[in-house]
Design a protein around this ligand. Structure first.
Ligand SMILES: [Zn+2]
Ligand SMILES: [Zn+2]
Length: 152
């Protein structure tokens, strides 16, 4: 694969996805969306900014946040807030998945929802509440940290 195809094809794809949701296509939006789409997920704004800058040139952290918020609002990006950590971003797949966070290394991995459609739990709330989703974070030790803890 040549450098041209690696740089241009994801950008064209990003532009098409922006148009699909009715967003104006701008270089920062294409670059940030490409950075999110090309990652394995769960990156913070600072890391995404660095990656987007490799595509589009200088991008301020504030501009990166603004783009990420706009992409989250239209459902192209999913933002996950984990206490004690910066917000993490990943491509929105509408699969209602949850997250496991390692208390030791901070690693995050997806946990498929075993129940299915959102909301995947039935909280005890009056029926006047319109519950749309359940955000579940599982905390514990990842296999590496668990092995290290057992070995020490
Ligand atoms: Zn760990
Ligand atoms: Zn995830």
């Amino acid at each position: 694969m040549t450098a041209a195809t690696t740089a241009e094809e994801p950008m064209a794809l990003a532009a098409a996805r922006l148009r699909t949701v009715g967003m104006r296509v701008t270089a920062p939006r294409m670059a940030v969306l490409t950075a999110v789409s090309n990652s394995a997920g769960h990156l913070d704004a600072d890391t995404l900014r660095e990656r987007a800058q490799q595509i589009t040139g200088h991008l301020s952290l504030q501009a990166t946040y603004n783009v990420l918020r706009a992409l989250t609002d239209v459902g192209l990006v999913r933002c996950t807030q984990i206490p004690g950590q910066p917000a993490r971003y990943e491509a929105e797949r509408h699969d209602n998945h949850h997250h496991f966070v390692c208390r030791c290394c901070g690693g995050i991995r997806d946990v498929e929802c075993t129940v299915g459609a959102a909301p995947c739990m039935e909280p005890q709330l009056p029926e006047e509440y319109d519950i749309q989703e359940a955000a579940v974070t599982f905390w514990g030790l990842c296999p590496d940290c668990r092995a290290a803890a057992l070995a020490s």
